[in-house]
Design a protein around this ligand. Structure first.
Ligand code: MN
Ligand code: MN
Length: 463
C-alpha cells in the first residue's frame, strides 16, 4: 500500500480494533483490580433488595447520607434517596444550581429469576415443592437441573420483616427444579424450545423427609413448615406476604484460561449498576449535580412505584430543586442521561442474528446504543445526533475504549431499556453499557475490559 493510500485510509476510515490490543499495562492492571470488586458485588447482591442495601452500605462509607427535606445541602454534599429498599438514587450536589442541568446515570438492579407464588408450598408423592412464577424474559428450560438459592423477605402481620438468604454458603442446602430424563422425553422433545419446560413445570424441590408420625397426611410439608417456623418464625400463611426469589446458587468467577472474562448470574444489569455506583462514589464537587439511580422492575417493563416509569426520579429532581430554590422542569430540560444497560455481544455460535457492521463485540469496550426497540425503531428513545456527538467527544477525550452496537438484526427481535422513560421527562438520553453473552441466562458472560470501560465512562460523565 502506498503511503498516500495509507494516510488517506487512516484519516477517513472508522477503524475498529480489539480493546485489549489498545489498552496499556496500567489500564489492564486497574481493570483486573476493579473487577475483583465487581465480582464481590455480584455475590452480595443477587436481588434488587440486596443490590440496593449493598450499594447504600458502600455509599455510606463514602459519606452519603439520606436526603432530608428542609435541610440545606451545598456543592459536594452527597445524599441518597431510598425508595422502598428496591430503588435508590445517589446524588452529589453540583457547584451550579440544578436548573443548569443534572448528569444522570440510570441502571437497573432487578434480574430475571423465579419468584415464589403466594401459595407456593405443596406436597406430592411425599416430596415437598414450591410453585414459582418466573420474573422477566427467561428461557425456561435453562432453569432446570441447576442449584438454586432462595433470597427475599417475609413481611409479617405485626410489621416485622424476616430476611431469607439460603443456598449461597457452601454449607447451605440448595434447591433444584428437576427435568425429565432423556430416556422418557420422546414427547417432550417434540415441544418447541420455548415450551420445552412450561411455566407450571418450574416446580422447585425443597425436601422429602416426613414428620415422624403414623397419622395424618402431608407429613413432608408439615416437616418443612416446622423447620421454617423454627428458623424464621413463619407459618404457611406468611407466604402470602412474602417476596421470595430463586436465583442460581453459583458465584461470580473468572472465565477462560486467560481470566479475561467474568461469568455470573444477574450481570444484566449489575454490570452497569456497579460501574454507575462506583463512579458516583468517586465524584467530588462536580460542576453539575450528578445522580446515579439504581432502579427496580426494568425486566418487566419498569412498572410500579419502584420502576423508572414511576415519578420517583422526577420527585428526586424536585426535592433537590426545591432545596436549591430552582425550577425542576428547567432542570430536567437541561439534564443529560446515560441509560446504563447491557447490549447483546456477538456470540461466535449465534452470529446469524447479528448484523456485523453494527453489532457489539466483547473486548471492544463500552457499547453506545443510539436506539434499542424492535422492528422499525418501535418503543425506543432515539438519541439525537447532537447528543451522540457530545458523548463521542467525551469518551474520546478521556481515552475510553468504546464501540457502537445495535441489538441484533433489524427484524430478528428486539428489546428496550429505561432510556425512553427518562427521555419522556425531557432529558437527553443515550444507552451506554456492556455487551453480554447469554443475556438473561442463569449464568451470563462479560469481558473485564468492557466492564472497566463502563465504569470509566460513568465517572467521566458525572465527575
Ligand atoms: Mn437490562
Ligand atoms: Mn434484561
Amino acid at each position: 500500500m502506498s503511503d498516500a493510500v495509507k494516510e488517506l485510509r487512516e484519516k477517513l476510515f472508522y477503524e475498529k480494533k480489539n480493546g485489549l490490543l489498545k489498552a496499556d499495562e496500567a489500564t489492564l492492571d486497574s481493570m483486573q483490580k476493579y473487577c475483583e470488586g465487581y465480582k464481590a458485588y455480584l455475590d452480595a447482591a443477587k436481588t434488587e433488595r440486596e443490590a440496593v442495601a449493598t450499594a447504600i452500605d458502600l455509599a455510606e462509607k463514602k459519606g452519603f447520607v439520606p436526603f432530608v427535606i428542609g435541610k440545606q445541602y451545598n456543592a459536594g454534599d452527597k445524599v441518597y434517596f431510598n425508595n422502598r429498599g428496591k430503588t435508590v438514587a445517589f446524588a452529589v450536589i453540583g457547584k451550579e444550581l440544578s436548573d443548569k442541568g443534572i448528569n444522570i446515570t440510570a441502571a437497573h438492579v432487578d434480574s430475571p429469576r423465579l419468584d415464589l407464588k403466594p401459595n407456593p408450598l405443596y406436597e406430592e408423592l411425599e416430596l415437598a415443592l414450591f410453585k414459582t412464577h418466573y420474573y422477566g424474559g427467561i428461557k425456561k428450560y435453562q432453569w432446570t437441573a441447576l442449584p438454586l438459592a432462595l433470597h427475599g423477605v417475609f413481611a409479617k402481620k405485626d410489621g416485622s420483616i424476616v430476611e431469607v438468604n439460603i443456598g449461597e454458603d457452601d454449607a447451605d442446602p440448595k434447591f433444584v427444579i428437576n427435568d425429565l430424563l432423556p430416556h422418557l422425553a420422546r414427547e417432550q422433545n417434540k415441544r418447541t424450545l420455548s415450551e420445552g419446560i412450561r411455566g407450571e413445570e418450574l416446580n422447585v424441590l425443597i425436601g422429602s423427609m416426613p414428620f415422624k408420625s403414623d397419622e395424618g397426611s402431608e407429613l413432608v410439608k408439615l416437616n418443612i413448615l416446622k423447620i421454617l417456623n423454627e428458623k424464621y418464625g413463619v407459618t404457611e400463611e406468611d407466604f402470602l406476604s412474602a417476596e421470595l426469589e430463586l436465583v442460581p446458587a453459583a458465584k461470580a468467577c473468572d472465565i477462560g484460561f486467560d481470566r479475561s472474562l467474568i461469568g455470573a448470574y444477574g450481570q444484566d444489569d449489575r454490570v452497569c449498576a456497579y460501574p454507575a455506583l462506583t463512579a458516583i462514589l468517586e465524584v467530588e464537587a462536580p460542576e453539575k449535580t450528578a445522580i446515579a439511580i439504581l432502579t427496580d422492575k426494568e425486566e418487566i417493563g419498569s412498572m410500579g412505584n419502584t420502576g423508572l416509569q414511576s415519578d420517583f426520579l422526577p420527585h428526586v429532581v424536585h426535592d433537590i430543586c426545591v432545596m436549591q430554590g430552582c425550577d425542576e422542569t428547567v432542570a430536567l430540560r437541561n439534564s443529560k442521561c446515560l441509560s446504563a444497560d447491557v447490549n447483546a455481544g456477538t456470540d461466535p455460535t449465534f452470529q446469524d442474528v447479528m448484523e456485523r457492521r453494527n453489532a457489539s463485540f466483547l473486548n471492544y469496550g463500552v457499547v453506545v446504543t443510539k436506539y434499542t426497540g424492535g422492528g422499525g425503531k418501535g418503543s425506543t428513545s432515539d438519541a439525537s445526533a447532537e447528543y451522540v456527538a457530545e458523548v463521542r467527544a467525551m469518551l474520546d477525550k478521556a481515552g475510553i475504549i468504546w464501540q457502537t452496537g445495535e441489538l441484533g438484526k433489524v427484524d430478528a427481535g428486539g428489546g428496550g431499556t429505561v432510556a425512553m422513560y427518562v427521555a419522556n421527562l425531557g432529558v437527553d438520553v443515550i444507552d451506554l453499557g456492556v455487551p453480554v453473552l447469554s443475556m438473561h441466562a442463569p449464568y451470563e458472560t462479560t469481558s473485564k475490559l468492557d466492564v472497566y470501560m463502563c465504569y470509566r465512562a460513568m465517572y467521566e460523565f458525572m465527575k
